[in-house]
Design a protein around this ligand. Structure first.
Ligand code: PGA
Length: 249
């Protein structure tokens, strides 16, 4: 069975709850396309408003982060059961901004991925190299390490539910997209690693996204690559033009 393209927005720290509701309400017709999965991962405080605005549409709403403990003295954190209670079924885990500014390690990412799966929430697990790593030719070694540790302890049955987002750090928010060949090369390498870890069937099923300056102009070329199953989109997901990514064909 062919993998369905996922057009996922990552709003980062943008949009208030009322702006979130207005944006979804104003654009829901333009964002309608049953052939593509459409998802917006939004700030935690926007979740109720975004979920309400997306009700009855094809738009799915996810979170941008989550903690790995069930509850307790972790001031400011969001527990998986809180997302679950709202009906949130997706969460971004280990985005490079969380790794860089909030000291998330591969081990923390692994705990969060496991916890999301335990709660039936689909994790979008991010990985990606720095410019130095790319220039030194260690991209695939680094990505393999991130993905291997991120997937520690995950069964084959659960592994196929994870979405992996390959986002080279040098391409995020810079307007500098990886070429479709560069993006495909790494996404293919990730699929090969999943095949080594879990076998061909899981590798065939798992969705691997590319992220980093995806826009309406480059989505078609990227999504046409055999191992790229959609995009994780930052800046371009905050604009009505996101419809061009959803309707990339
Ligand atoms: P960008 O962000 O599309 O603005 O480059 C992508 C991301 O960080 O997920």
């Amino acid at each position: 069975m062919a993998r369905k393209i996922l057009a996922a927005g990552n709003w980062k720290m943008n949009m208030t709850p009322s702006q979130a509701a207005a944006f979804i309400n104003d654009n829901k017709e333009a964002f309608a396309n049953d052939e593509v999965d459409v998802l917006f991962c939004v700030p935690a405080i926007d979740l109720p408003a975004a979920l309400a605005a997306a009700e009855g549409t094809n738009i799915k709403i996810g979170a941008e982060n989550m903690y790995y403990e069930e509850k307790g003295a972790f001031t400011g954190e969001i527990a998986p059961c809180m997302l679950d209670d709202l009906g949130v079924k997706y969460v971004i885990i280990g985005h490079s901004e969380r790794r860089e500014y909030f000291a998330e390690t591969d081990e923390i990412v692994n705990k969060k991925v496991l916890k999301a799966l335990e709660h039936g929430i689909t994790p979008l697990m991010c990985c990606g190299e720095t410019l130095t790593q790319r220039e030194q030719g260690v991209t695939m070694d680094f990505i393999r390490q991130q993905v291997k540790i991120g997937f520690l302890g995950i069964s084959a049955e659960d592994a196929r539910k994870v979405v992996i987002a390959y986002e080279p750090i040098w391409a995020i928010g810079t307007g500098k997209t990886a070429t479709s060949d560069q993006a495909e090369e790494v996404c293919k390498g990730i699929r090969e690693l999943i095949c080594e870890l879990y076998g061909a069937e899981t590798a065939e099923e798992i969705r691997i996204l590319y992220g980093g300056s995806v826009n309406g102009g480059n989505a078609a070329e990227l999504f046409a690559k055999p191992d790229i199953d959609g995009g994780l989109v930052g800046g371009a997901s905050l604009k009505p033009d996101f419809s061009k990514i959803i309707n990339y064909k």
